[in-house]
Design a protein around this ligand. Structure first.
Ligand code: ADP
Length: 381
């Protein structure tokens, strides 16, 4: 018998002694309280509709409830006791359990949750939400895991992602064509003398709204690309200030706003130039959208060790600290009046995902009444 089995056996014997003492009426007050709480735990553990299991540090399943047996498609607990959860894990999901185990056992996190996949006895796969808690008993660490079948939720989410992906693809093509035609039309109107001011204005507005529509559909398209892991990076070496000049031309065209460039004009990074351009456009557009009274937007580029840091600063209303932590999560918008400004709350989420994939970081510093600085870093090499 190995050490682990011995400890489990000792623990079981101790419990049995408590049980006998209780039945014979020779238990102390403490014993009886201990027994009651044990019975309570066992009842919850056994009757839970969710799969429950307890594992040892060598990841063997020591105890499980009937819901867990049913989840894995078996008939009896005995078929599963002594096996490891990795025995039911498809190869492509082994990494998920490794992350969970590392966080619990190595990093000593008190609890950890993931969504992953398991295989039933008949070979079919199901998605599950796993929550594990680490606890100590008789100086020994154990893992307590709750497993919930979330296949339906997972499939629905997948369908929604696929639908948004197809819909945004389908919308993107006509919007791009419409915008191109409006651009040509406005250029032609610029050379015409006998066009009324009103008509010229309407035509320019049509182009502005089409551009906004393009950004919204672009955000949706990028969201689904990230979720469906279809997000390749095409890295090249380029000078950051060149991209900044290019992406700001549309803002500089609006006489009201000026972009002030500060810092290293020559700094080069290795990144996907189109995606960096997209991030800068998003940050500058946000400054115009959410800090409309700040007529000057500052963009600074500086070097920090082997990274470049780009900072976009406005002198608008700023953002309160309780919102700042959520800004980079999907669909998050500070203003509860969702329809006051156009947007889906995706720009910063998409931008931060792009930066993460480059090995950089993204963040914000802001003070109410003083303005905000959104920054990101990119590798120099
Ligand atoms: P969207 O602009 O589509 O709402 P973003 O992800 O780009 O989505 O921005 C998320 C939210 O962050 C915005 O809705 C806004 O509330 C806030 N925000 C972004 N940039 C600024 C800024 N420069 N100043 C103040 N608030 C901002």
């Amino acid at each position: 018998m190995d050490d682990q089995s011995l400890l489990t056996e000792i623990s079981a014997l101790k419990n049995e002694i408590q049980q006998l003492k209780y039945e014979k009426g020779i238990s102390t007050f403490q014993d009886s309280n201990f027994h009651k709480s044990q019975v309570r735990f066992r009842t919850i553990f056994e009757s839970s509709m969710l799969g429950n299991k307890i594992i040892s540090p060598d990841l063997k399943i020591l105890q499980l409830n009937q819901a867990m047996v049913a989840l894995l498609g078996y008939d009896t607990k005995d078929e599963i006791i002594g096996t490891r959860i990795l025995d039911y894990t498809p190869t492509e999901h082994l990494e998920d359990w490794k992350i969970l185990q590392d966080n619990l056992w190595k990093n000593s996190m008190p609890s950890f949750g993931i969504e992953t996949c398991l295989r039933k006895k008949d070979g079919t796969l199901f998605w599950c939400q796993v929550t594990s808690i680490l606890f100590k008993d008789q100086n020994q660490n154990y893992g307590y895991t709750i497993i919930e079948d979330c296949t339906e939720r997972h499939d629905l989410r997948r369908q929604k992602e696929e639908f948004i992906s197809v819909a945004s693809h389908q919308l993107n093509t006509p919007i791009t064509s419409l915008k191109a035609r409006l651009q040509v039309m406005n250029r032609m109107l610029g050379n015409e003398n006998d066009v009324s001011t009103k008509f010229r204005k309407l035509s320019q507005e049509a182009e502005t709204y089409t551009t906004k529509l393009g950004y919204l559909v672009g955000d949706l398209l990028n969201l689904t690309k990230i979720e469906l892991e279809d997000f390749p990076l095409n890295r090249t070496k380029f000078v950051l200030s060149d991209v900044i000049d290019g992406c700001c031309s549309h803002i500089n065209l609006q006489a009201e706003y000026t972009i002030k460039f500060k810092g290293d004009h020559k700094l080069k990074v290795v990144a996907d130039i189109i995606k960096v351009d997209q991030i800068l456009i998003n940050l500058v557009n946000n400054a115009v959208k959410y800090a409309p009274d700040s007529k000057e937007i500052e963009i600074e580029v500086k070097q920090l060790d082997n990274m470049a840091k780009v900072l976009v600063t406005d002198k608008g209303q700023g953002i309160s600290a309780d919102h700042m932590a959520n800004l980079f999560t999907r669909y998050y918008r500070v203003d509860k009046d969702m329809f006051k400004t156009s947007g889906l709350g995706l720009g910063l989420y998409v931008s931060s995902e792009i930066i993460k994939r480059h090995g950089g970081d993204m963040g914000v510093e802001s003070e109410i009444g003083k303005g905000s600085t959104f920054w990101f870093t990119l590798p120099l090499n």
